[in-house]
Design a protein around this ligand. Sequence first.
Ligand SMILES: [Zn+2]
Length: 256
Amino acid sequence: MTSIEIAFVIAFSLCFGSFANVCIYRLPVDKSMFTPSECMHCNKPIPFYLNIPLFGFFILRGKSACCQKSLSLQYPIVEALAGVGALYLGLIYGVNIESVLLFFFYLSLVIIFFTDLNEYIIPNIITYSLSIAGLLISYFSYSVFNLSLLESLLGGIISGGVLWLTSKIFILIRKKEGMGMGDVKMISMIGFWMGLENTFLVLIASSLLGSIVGIGLILMKKMERSQYIPFGTFLSIGAVLVWLIKIYYLPSIFVL
Ligand SMILES: [Zn+2]
């Protein structure tokens, strides 16, 4: 990447990282996305010069300017994740429309990681719009996973269908809900973007990871056995992991 491209990627991704923070805090509580930013403690509006992504947090040393209460570390973490992800995509695929589109898929995974972790919510507006986007991208051949429209369709429908069926069987046997519809919609979304084979790997990776972390937390008495595991959080990690592993270790084995 040239230095101009790097500057563009950083500015672009930090702005959208900041937008991702707005999504994470407002989508689960149905708050308008388009009202100005306000302090999370005293609801005073935040002036634009303190609202600069990443830097604002450090200028303020992690405390709000209005009431001096500490700001959540989640803000700079989300912005940094957006920045690092975008730079990485730029390095791997170059600065082009494919990587910009993939960046929005990645950012949605980051958003769901936090909304599911904090509130057990996977916003429909994210899964629905990204599912449609995944299909369109395959149709117009902008998919870095090289999916045709049919592969994208099958990926979303079959993986979502299998998970939906599993959740219904679970309810029949255990008489309680094991998996929410949000998880089903999310796995479909991943299927539309990454195809059936990748999504199958994502499912295995996230279930393993979720079980290990869940069992670990129960053993450490940090979690009750009856507590839900935010599966969407692990699906997000799984999707990024599978994508990374395939880039480096499995270039040809799993090509659909
Ligand atoms: Zn305040």
